[in-house]
Design a protein. Sequence first.
Length: 73
Amino acid sequence: MTDDPRSQERLTAIETLLMHMQHEFEQLNAAILGQQRDLDALRKDMDAIRGHVERLEAGPETRDPKLEKPPHY
């Protein structure tokens, strides 16, 4: 490498830009991972709701209240 001051300034500018780009990339990656966690949680909730709706659409429950224990047992 040469000791040309302009070359050194350009290299420093490029390194600074690269450092900022790397920081932005890490922030974007963290945001995407957070969104993926939120999306997974929403899918889990949606599946639970879908299952509940399917059970409701299937008709009334067939249970015998005489066989159920009261909450205090």
